[in-house]
Ligand binder design. Structure first.
Ligand code: G
Ligand code: G
Ligand code: MN
Ligand code: NA
Length: 251
């Protein structure tokens, strides 16, 4: 209850912020995108999205909060370009509750218009489990893709029925859950599995992003495969201004 009450006011109190974590083209080391990650800090301290997103979902607050995140991402995208950064897509995490809401696509279109956002620079990250029990999933995903918005399947490999889902739904990007890379150095079996999942992404002609790149040794495993990486090795998620500083340091 406490968290819910505070979350209600979090947007208007300016306690929420969207941070950005870079995604790197591992063949060229170019910046290929950024994931928008929501942060909530108030007088009680920092509360992780792992804690408050489930509450936002239960209470329905995820709808206004989710729209706010998309709007912020569009604004920051415009700002980054105005400041001379090469255009790159921003990925926003979308909850099941959001994508299943009938107003989701109309509201999204409004936001894109309001913010003069190029749809091609927006990607939506959806978990496979989110789509599993959702009847209109395929139709809506197709419509979003027709608008030019990218669709990314997040945490790929840890939900169930993954393979049947990617059989039916076309996507632009596959994000391989970090636990595969985590174990790939210690286990030949997991390493082979990781390589096979990467091949699945390639067969689907999706951009393959491996999550949780933390060390140079892990990066070594992933190089020269025409894929993308995201993780603390490059940077944690940074506030927009710090993200720009990070960018100018490397590019
Ligand atoms: O950044 P971090 O590891 O703390 O994120 C924890 C979880 O919260 C991740 O699963 C991430 O996808 C989720 N998350 C972060 N930001 C958002 C957001 O804006 N919307 C939704 N729905 N989930 C988010
Ligand atoms: O569920 P999703 O993939 O959206 O969540 C992304 C989460 O992973 C974020 O909370 C982010 O902070 C976290 N993350 C990003 N890079 C790394 C990393 O290299 N190692 C670990 N352990 N977590 C990471
Ligand atoms: Mn994600
Ligand atoms: Na993920």
């Amino acid at each position: 209850i406490m968290v819910e009450t505070r979350l209600h006011k979090a947007i208007e109190n300016g306690e929420l912020a969207v941070h950005y974590q870079p995604q790197i083209d591992l063949s060229t080391s170019a910046l290929a995108g950024a994931e928008a990650l929501l942060r909530w800090e108030n007088d009680l301290g920092y509360i992780s999205p792992g804690e408050f997103i489930p509450i936002a979902e239960e209470t329905g607050l995820i709808i206004p909060i989710g729209e706010w995140v998309i709007r912020q991402a569009c604004r920051h995208s415009k700002e980054f370009r105005a400041h001379g950064l090469e255009p790159f897509p921003i990925s926003v995490n979308i909850s099941t509750k959001q994508i299943m809401n009938p107003s989701f696509i109309p509201r999204l279109k409004e936001i894109l218009l309001d913010e003069q956002m190029t749809p091609e620079l927006l990607t939506l990250e959806i978990t496979e489990s989110a789509l599993l029990f959702y009847e209109d999933a395929k139709e809506n995903i197709d419509e979003l893709r027709q608008l030019g918005i990218g669709i990314s399947i997040d945490d790929f490999g840890v939900g169930y029925s993954s393979l049947s889902m990617i059989k039916d739904i076309e996507m632009d990007e596959l994000k391989i859950d970090q636990r595969f890379l985590n174990d790939a150095l210690e286990s030949k079996r997991v390493h082979s599995l990781l390589k096979t999942i990467i091949k699945i992404g390639k067969v689907l002609k999706a951009k393959v992003v491996v999550e949780g790149v933390e060390t140079a040794e892990q990066l070594e495993l992933l190089m020269s495969r025409g894929i993308y990486g995201q993780g603390f090795f490059y940077s944690r998620a940074l506030p927009a201004q710090e993200f720009e500083k990070w960018y100018w340091k490397y590019y």
